[in-house]
Design a protein around this ligand. Structure first.
Ligand code: TYM
Length: 338
């Protein structure tokens, strides 16, 4: 590591390849990762180990892990400036994950809202991994001594748990981990389903979810059908309590165009939802078009993608190994003799 890199603050984040990337992942996370590499030392990965907490089709999981890498790059993450890798390729994640598990309390894990939601949705497969998942996520972050974790709102609770566990560990063993902070965007941190604006956009609801690789006509159709509200004024106004569907579309529009809510209200003053919904759809289509085209181009070159994730894993492992060695020593494990 050169001095310049060592002086930079560290960003770490990941996305599960349990589905194709969607607009929520993009606006809540990836969009905000691009452009950070000048200022930060950035590590972004495909969280494939996390995906195993829900039953996966093995072939699809492998395909999506690599496809996600192509999409990261297409979203503007330069692989020379960012460390991009597949989580399971860096075995230190699983190893530190186990250790962090031993410093994370049952009560803490029981309070995680994502565990409650996911166990309700997967009642026939509430496995140990689903429960201890936040400990693995903490390991992902702490391995790289992260300063910041750029995520959407739904990951804030896991980031707070990471902080608590890092502080607990540091209190017992002395300074070992940097205590990280979540880095959440002001707009776009919680994109809601287009079909049901009271639940967050997620791959499990394909009609309410816009995927990065969706064709323009599919995106247009999804926005045309987006749920707004039944109020008679039909005016574009930001009111999250009474008009959650409109507020969600405004957040999306604001996030992709950079316009403020006031500017959007003025732009659609007197025009109603008939003009507003297709305009949001068009703005999203134009934002995603170059990303989809670039990702498709890269997906045709499997050897290049393999070279990228190999180089990414090597860079990540170099840093991860140092932290893991330090941790092994602190907790009393015998140093590896080879
Ligand atoms: P995941 O895979 O569910 O989501 C990946 C990222 O996308 C954000 N996100 C959203 N943002 C706005 N609106 C939405 N509807 C929306 N849906 C998802 C998430 O907040 C997240 O930033 N546990 C993590 C993955 C992970 C991780 C990590 C993240 C594993 N290890 C270490 C950061 C650091 C997860 O399941 O995210």
């Amino acid at each position: 590591m050169d001095n310049n890199t060592a002086a930079k603050k560290v960003m770490v984040s990941g996305i599960q390849p349990s589905g194709d990337l969607h607009l929520g992942n993009y606006l809540g996370a990836v969009k905000n990762w691009a452009g950070l590499a000048q200022e930060f030392d950035c590590y972004y990965f495909m969280a494939d180990l996390h995906s195993l907490t829900v039953r996966q089709d093995p072939k699809e999981l492998r395909r999506r892990s690599v496809a996600q890498l192509a999409q990261y790059v297409a979203c503007g993450l330069d692989p020379e400036e960012n460390t991009l890798f597949i989580q399971s390729n860096v075995h230190e994640h699983a190893e530190l994950g186990w250790i962090i598990n031993c410093y994370t309390m049952f009560g803490e894990l029981s309070r995680m809202t994502q565990f409650k939601d996911k166990s309700a949705k997967n009642a026939d497969n509430i496995n140990g991994g689903l429960f201890t998942y936040p400990a693995l996520m903490a390991a992902d972050i702490l391995l790289y001594q992260a300063d910041f974790v750029p995520v959407g709102q739904d990951q804030k609770q896991h980031c707070e748990l990471t902080r608590d566990v890092a502080m607990r560990f540091n209190n017992i063993y002395g300074d070992t981990f940097k205590v990280p902070e979540p880095y959440i965007p002001k707009v776009g941190a919680r994109i809601m389903s287009l079909g049901n604006p009271t639940s967050k956009m997620s791959k499990s609801d394909p009609q309410g979810c816009v995927f990065l690789m969706d064709k323009p006509e599919d995106i247009a159709r999804k926005f045309k059908r987006a749920v707004t509200d039944s109020d008679t004024e039909r005016c574009v106004r930001y009111d999250i309590e009474n008009k959650p569907g409109v507020a969600n579309l405004m957040s999306i529009y604001s996030s992709v165009t950079g316009k403020s809510f006031e500017e959007i209200e003025r732009e659609f003053d007197g025009k109603g939802y008939g003009a507003f919904k297709p305009a949001v759809g068009d703005a999203v289509i134009e934002t995603l078009r170059p990303i989809r085209e670039e990702a498709e181009r890269m997906l045709a070159d499997k050897a290049y993608l393999q070279q990228l994730y190999t180089q990414g894993a090597q860079k990540a492992a170099y840093v991860a190994r140092k932290t893991l060695r330090k941790v092994y020593k602190k907790v009393g494990l015998v140093e590896k003799p080879f």
